[in-house]
Design a protein around this ligand. Structure first.
Ligand code: FAD
Length: 455
């Protein structure tokens, strides 16, 4: 372990005095003073963690290893596809983390960890020794479960666009080439996946975009392996109003008779159609070259397909053996320490966090908790009982028509993170003004959230 180069004498005396009050020995104080925490991934989870650990414990050295020199945020990225924002708007610099918060960066790709010697190695040949390792590598994609999509060629023809990057521009190009009143097919992934309302928001944004460019009756068809999704009750209400979508019969049971009576009935299919699993929405085969999708009910010819395959934890987490058979990483939900490797904490989309959805908000909330826990662990103190939060905002399609779901999570007696109460949604009888206000909240949140992580 390296010695701390700028150990400040006053800070040291403060710590030793504090240590005496909480009963720490000098070895533990020295450990906190000289500790090095390494973070794999400078996305939402990794960057929030690094910033907050530096704020909570400035004496700890924190190094992020990140493969890209700038972060392209996935949250809000569907707006690039429809041209509401450009790539610059979702591209974020790491300057403030480095200059303002003293986070060290190594721009390289992690390709291994020797857990015995606590050494992380990179493709560029760097080796970093850690006291604690935080792993927040996001997601990877499992095409083995989608017949027709196994080859890199097929995956290039049908980009998922679920990790930001150039795939968004490829999808934008495809959308621009959709003929007037053409058919766009969206295939959401099965649970669990990154950003539960995300594929549906994308469908809404695309429908609105096609209407805005003048199409009278474009078709956005959602072929779903599921029978429901987060915010579905409010989203379907909005689509019924905005895009002439008839409510799928099997879904009616989710509303009271009084609520059902408020839905309009249309003679023809709406601009958005949602084919739930129960009605044959499950995709069984894709022909990427001819742009056809086969479902349990038949074959559909599309002008554009956006298929998001089943997801798993980021590849490096899989390679390091941090995931279980589900493809996600089990952790102790108090400290997010891996149940597979001591001193390694997995946060963000890659971890299994009970009821918490895989969202940026969750990753940010987990990162702040883990910063506190690691600060305590380095000082030989007990970790706290955590309280975590999530709010997922989504647009129905129009950028002034928003909705949300908000949750608080605590550990139950078995240590599993559970919702502390019922999730809170926009009420069913929300006024048009409340929908507009939710969209304002969404955009304000996106800005302040990005500042919270990276500024
Ligand atoms: P990421 O943010 O993906 O970060 C992972 C980082 O690890 C990346 O920078 C990657 O380059 C790096 N990395 C991976 N492997 C290595 C390696 N081997 N070596 C070095 N670096 C590596 N969330 C919300 O809360 N609200 C929203 O409104 C919302 N909207 C969304 C809309 C869309 C269309 C999508 C796709 C997602 C949305 N999300 C939203 C989800 C949110 O973006 C993710 O949940 C969040 O980014 C997860 O953070 P993470 O740290 O786990 O992963």
């Amino acid at each position: 372990m390296k010695s701390h180069s700028n150990l400040n004498r006053r800070r040291f005396l403060q710590l030793t005095a504090g240590a005496a009050t909480v009963g720490l020995n000098m070895g533990q104080v020295r450990a906190a003073e000289t500790a090095h925490v390494v973070v794999i991934g400078g996305g939402v989870g990794g960057a929030t963690f690094a910033k907050y650990l530096r704020l909570y414990a400035p004496e700890v050295k924190v190094t992020i290893i990140e493969r890209n020199r700038q972060y392209q945020r996935p949250y809000g990225s569907s707006e690039v596809i429809v041209g509401n924002v450009d790539m610059d708007a979702i591209t974020i610099s790491y300057d403030a983390l480095q200059k303002k918060h003293g986070v060290q960066f190594v721009f390289d790709t992690v390709n291994g960890v020797d857990f015995a010697t606590r050494t992380v190695s990179t493709e560029g040949g760097q080796k970093l020794v850690y006291d604690r390792l935080v792993v927040s590598p996001g997601i990877s994609f499992d095409y083995s479960k989608v017949p027709g999509m196994e080859s890199p060629e097929a995956q290039q023809l049908i980009p998922h666009g679920w990790n930001a990057g150039d795939q968004l521009l490829a999808l934008k190009k495809q959308l621009d080439a959709v003929p007037v009143n053409g058919t766009v097919v969206i295939v959401p992934p099965p649970n669990p996946y990154r950003c539960p309302p995300g594929p549906y928001e994308r469908a809404g944004l695309i429908a609105q975009h096609l209407l805005d460019r003048g199409d009278k009756h474009p078709r956005v068809l959602i072929l779903d392996p599921k029978n429901g999704f987060t915010t579905d009750v409010t989203m379907l209400q909005a689509w019924n109003r905005l895009y002439g979508m008839n409510l799928p019969k099997p879904f009616e049971k989710n509303y009271t008779a009084e609520q059902l009576a408020t839905f309009k009935k249309y003679d023809q299919p709406g601009v958005i159609e949602w084919v739930m699993a129960e009605e044959g929405g499950r995709v069984v085969k894709v022909d990427a070259v001819n742009k056809t999708v086969e479902t349990e009910k038949g074959v559909i010819k599309a002008d554009m397909i956006n298929l998001i395959p089943p997801l798993k934890a980021g590849q490096i987490a899989l390679d390091l053996g941090l995931a279980d058979a589900s493809g996600w990483c089990p952790v102790d939900m108090k400290t997010f320490e891996s149940t597979k490797q001591p001193r390694v904490h997995v946060i963000g989309d890659a971890c299994i966090a009970g009821d918490m959805p895989k969202s940026g908000y969750s990753a940010n909330s987990q990162a702040k908790v883990v910063a506190l826990q690691i600060k305590a662990l380095l000082a030989g103190q007990e970790p706290i009982a955590p309280v975590l939060q999530n709010t997922c905002y989504a647009l129905a399609g129009r950028s002034d028509y928003g909705m949300f779901v908000a949750d608080v999570f605590r550990q139950n007696a078995q240590g599993i993170l559970k919702r502390a109460d019922q999730p809170r949604y926009l009420p069913f009888n929300a006024s048009e003004a409340q929908y507009r206000l939710s969209a304002v909240y969404l955009h304000a949140w996106m800005d302040s959230f990005t500042q919270d992580i990276f500024a």
